[in-house]
Design a protein around this ligand. Sequence first.
Ligand code: CA
Length: 146
Amino acid sequence: MSKFTQIVSLLLAITLMATIGFAVDAESKQMKIVVRACTLRADGDSLKDDILVSGVVYLSGDYGVTEIDVHIVVTDPSGVPHFDATKAVKRNEKSPILHYATTLNDIADEPGWYEVKATATHGEDLEAYDTFSLDPPGGGPGPPQY
Ligand SMILES: [Ca+2]
């Protein structure tokens, strides 16, 4: 192997290592979100027609982040979307887990399934979503029971 070939091979190896290192760094920053929902009496009308949407966001690779934007869409059985937004926040500075919760009042008032979608965004390169189906108490085709 000539001196020139050795130098080219060495440069190639360094470039390859740098590329792999960068790829690993980018991949280590990942985000996941989990959403759940239930009906409850959240406002003062004494009806169990409010929907609590809550969950957690897992963020790996950047524990310095303390807030993540979460957008909520609850689509009722008629196909009408109800929007809300909240922030997932850290309870423990060193944890990769952020918690969020928000309530959409007076929307669980018809029979059938409610589809909940929560989307977390951080900067321009990280986005994650999760969905959850909710059938308010009452069961069957009847209206929710309060
Ligand atoms: Ca209510």
